[in-house]
Ligand binder design. Structure first.
Ligand code: HEM
Length: 277
């Protein structure tokens, strides 16, 4: 599915009906477009129904948009919020009024702003501390990995870093064998093959943390979170109590989606999300 095309379509649809006001607030579209949330919901529900992988993609897209200021920010935040709810996660109240970036970063620059598959707990905590998140919120936002998949391309590097005993640090031996079987070294399919981020990959729940505790974390940061004394307690708490996870995730989601936004007269409102006009 071409997510950009869908977001462009959504933007044109909402932009055609709504006129933006000023600032970032919970009633930003109250007069100009009181139905905005329902409009976005109605537009993306059919996508969720026809493509079960789309909630994960929308959630990740929102994160990447927040990192590199792409565009159509309000709509991406609303779409990500719906993605969480439709998958069984919490209903998150978000403030609106983001404007679009007047610039488009190059692919190379955009990539440099995103965390890589080899990012560890240090990098993760630094990234989210810059967005005013507490350690607990940082661990909670990583719970987004309760949805979706990781491609073998992003796993092979990790499997190559086995210690002298042939083991990847912190990874359960059975899980390591599973990954090696599904992501064979040198496989030409490493960009096409993938593993699930957690066994309930379509459901937004706290299985991600249970997996991390069992040594079934797919990415380096997943595994390190239970080994690092700064993050281990929150991992255990979220694994034991889904409500605590949902609450901390909601607060982290709001901080992530409010960070570095353009409001008021800043930036532009693009009629076409993937073009600077
Ligand atoms: C240090 C922080 C993070 C790192 C290093 C990281 C890394 C990754 C990597 C390597 C993948 C696999 C991509 C692939 O192989 O296709 C992935 C998937 C994903 N990430 Fe993250 N991520 C981070 C934070 C986040 C955050 C904050 C969110 C959302 C709020 C998020 C949401 C997702 C989702 C939903 C997927 C699955 C995408 C899909 O299946 O379409 N991640 N992440």
């Amino acid at each position: 599915m071409d997510l950009i095309a869908i977001v462009v379509g959504l933007h044109l649809f909402v932009f055609g009906i709504c006129v933006e006001g000023q600032g970032l607030s919970y009633n930003f579209y109250e007069n100009s477009c009181p139905q905005v949330e329902a409009i976005v919901r109605a537009a993306i529900q059919p996508i969720f129904l026809t493509d079960p992988t789309s909630p994960a993609a929308f959630l990740r897209l929102m994160f990447h948009d927040c990192q590199v200021q792409v565009s159509c920010a309000d709509i991406l935040v609303l779409a990500a919020r719906e993605a969480v709810v439709v998958s069984g996660g919490p209903q998150i109240k978000v403030a609106l009024g983001r404007r679009d970036s007047p610039f488009a970063p190059s692919y190379k620059h955009a990539d440099s702003l995103l965390p890589s598959a080899t990012t560890g707990v240090d990098g993760m905590l630094q990234l989210f501390a810059n967005k005013e998140m507490t350690v607990e919120e940082s661990v909670a936002i990583m719970g987004a990995h309760t949805l979706g998949v990781t491609h073998c391309l992003n796993i092979l590097n990790r499997l190559n870093q086995a210690d002298e005993g042939g083991q990847v640090q912190g990874m359960a031996p059975g899980f390591e064998s599973f990954l090696r079987l599904n992501c064979p070294q040198g496989s030409l399919a490493s960009n096409a093959s993938f593993v699930l981020n957690d066994p309930t990959t379509l459901t937004f729940d706290n299985h991600y943390y249970k997996n991390v505790i069992r040594g079934h974390g797919v990415l380096r940061v997943d595994t390190e979170m239970i080994m690092d004394p700064r993050t281990a307690m929150a991992v255990k708490r979220f694994a034991a109590n889904q409500d605590d996870f949902f609450q901390a995730f909601s607060s982290a989601f709001v901080k992530l989606s409010n960070s570095g936004v353009l409001t008021g007269n800043q930036g532009v409102v693009r009629k076409n999300c993937n073009a600077l006009d």
